[in-house]
Design a protein around this ligand. Structure first.
Ligand code: ARG
Length: 280
């Protein structure tokens, strides 16, 4: 290669590198006012895509409302990145997102990879079966049955590691529920509030609980390990929203919305009045 050509290449490369570095700096500055939050918006009532009642972009749900308020509280615009549930912790650790809110249960395994905020919601696993099913009344009855779980959810962990039953893992809850409706599996193990949601949207299903086999779980907001700034910020807001009733009000609003949609004929006395108060 001739000398001047070599020089031209060096100059071009230097300019290109400088330009990349400059855009890098620009990006960082802009990001200070933006909180990029990862979720998997296939987990109603916590996060889902909605054209009617969208909260941030096209996303709605309890988690989306909570994180929007965290942003408001800290003068940050929240940007939602929707991805597969299994990718969330990876995206967080690759710095593609600053935090994750996804009805994510705080577990010891996950706590090795990320830091969790204070818990903001208590849940448990339940079993969804077809309405005519009389065989499954407790978790042990799933032995020998065709069990469906959602890939990477704690429902899978419980079936795989605690109960040690064989199972089929689906990418989405809706896929598992369709299999159940079509008689291709006998039971779907999933978080309680989401199970309720599926019952509202699908006929012929019922929920079976087993509070002994399924311990209660707590949802937390995940941040990168050691990212004290984001953790402190999120924790201060979560603490405040738990104390001042914000989180309860948001949860009640979504519970009321879906219950009105389900069966308006039989409102249970106290719950009915409570819901009426929290409805917008
Ligand atoms: N709570 C369960 C877990 O942490 C399920 C969460 C699923 N959330 C979602 N956005 N898809 O594994």
């Amino acid at each position: 290669m001739k000398k001047f050509l070599k020089r031209a290449v060096v100059i071009t490369l230097t300019v290109a590198m400088a330009a990349t570095m400059m855009t890098g700096c620009k990006k960082k500055k802009k990001d200070a006012a933006t909180l990029v939050v990862g979720t998997n918006a296939e987990f109603e009532p916590f996060e889902y895509v909605s054209s009617k009642d969208a909260v941030i972009d096209k996303y709605s749900g309890i988690d989306i409302e909570i994180i929007k308020k965290v942003g408001e509280e800290n003068n940050k615009t929240v940007k939602i990145e929707n991805m597969e549930f299994d990718s969330l912790i990876i995206a967080l650790n690759q710095k593609k997102v600053d935090a994750v809110i996804a009805g994510m249960t705080i577990t010891p395994e996950r706590s090795e990879e990320v830091d969790f905020s204070e818990p903001y919601y208590t849940a448990k696993q339940v079993m969804i079966v077809r309405e005519d099913n009389t065989d499954i009344t407790k978790a042990a009855d799933m032995s020998g049955k065709k069990i469906a779980v959602i890939q990477g959810f704690t429902g899978q962990t419980v079936v795989e590691d605690d109960l040690k039953f064989p199972f089929e893992a689906f990418k989405k809850g809706t896929e598992a529920v369709t299999e159940l409706k079509n008689g291709k599996c006998d039971v779907v193990v999933i978080d309680s509030a989401t199970a309720n949601q599926y019952l509202k949207e699908n006929e012929g299903l019922k929920i079976v609980e087993d509070n002994e086999a399924f311990e209660s779980e707590e949802y937390g907001i995940a941040v990168r390990k050691g990212d004290k700034d984001t953790l402190d910020m999120v924790n201060a807001s979560v603490k405040k929203f738990k104390e001042d009733g914000t989180i309860d009000a948001i949860s009640a609003k979504y519970a009321a919305a879906s219950e009105t949609a389900e069966d308006s004929e039989e409102p249970s006395s106290e719950e009915g009045s409570e819901e009426a108060n929290t409805e917008e």
